[in-house]
Design a protein around this ligand. Sequence first.
Ligand code: GRG
Length: 325
Amino acid sequence: MQIATLYKDIKKDIQHIERRLTKVIDADHPILHKASIQLLRAGGKRIRPVFALLCADFGDRETKDEQVKAVATALELIHMASLVHDDVVDDADLRRGKPTIKKMYDDKTAIYTGDYILACSIEEMAKIKQKEVHKVLAKSLVNVVEGEISQIEDKYNINQNLRQYLRRIKRKTALLIASSCKLGALTAGTSKEDANRLFQYGYNVGMSFQIIDDILDFTSTTEKLGKPVGNDLLQGHITLPVLFAMEDPSFKQALENVFHDKTLITEQSIEHIVRLLLETDAIEQSYLVSNMYLQKALKSLEKLENIKTKKTLIKIAHKLGERSF
Ligand code: GRG
């Protein structure tokens, strides 16, 4: 079953967000216009707006409309802006299997396109009345940037530990997903307690989501990933499967031999490291950690009202656990 069939009840809302994104980023400047449209056409799963819209169901449906949709749109725009900047930082040519803005134009144009999209998200945010919503969003933006800076600091560091990795993925991924759940709820007028339960759900789903992303970087295919297998390692990023694999001293030595001299980091040498990693139990162990977060996500939902959307959130958590895309 496709994940989108799980949230068919909000299909119309998602279509609205899609039209709204096109309208919001419509730029006068020809380069910004072309780059932004290109970005929208490249698609994406839109999971942040999906979570915001679903979590709004725990609130007042009357107030759901405008405020929830504005926040859902703003969240997707922030996500898009961060990806455009990330592709510059990582010097990535492909995203979602399509050429990046950086590849189509250049680094500077990509940075300004990201800035522009971030500015568009502020325009949407200006429609939100609740002060708390602005605070949560500002905080998660600060966290995303901090997560990225620590990712640069931790590059090629084979002596980092599990805590450093978890802190990094919390900031770069989980908190924006957590905020999507919380803000969808808050803008629909849920209680603070329910909004916080949904934040916890989003946080745990987000952690699991990023761990699976990091697993798929080793187990998926270039076609599905839209980038080479082992790309994280090629970029010097030490993820959970690598941390587990490094418990085997011979694997750690092999990685150190490649990482100590950056000229040795090539697609071929990384292919070899990927093969060695797949011979260990690193992937199974990483799935266990991901499942632990999924269980926590399910637990966070327990005290919420038993509406239909609660079942949908449960199904999404299960589905994300089996994801291969
Ligand atoms: C401009 C807000 C801003 C920040 C700049 C570069 C940077 C700081 C942040 C990048 C953070 C980053 C790349 C996080 C990765 C998050 C993530 C899990 C991306 C993949 O999300 P999906 O699978 O993507 O939802 P799709 O393609 O489906 O939209």
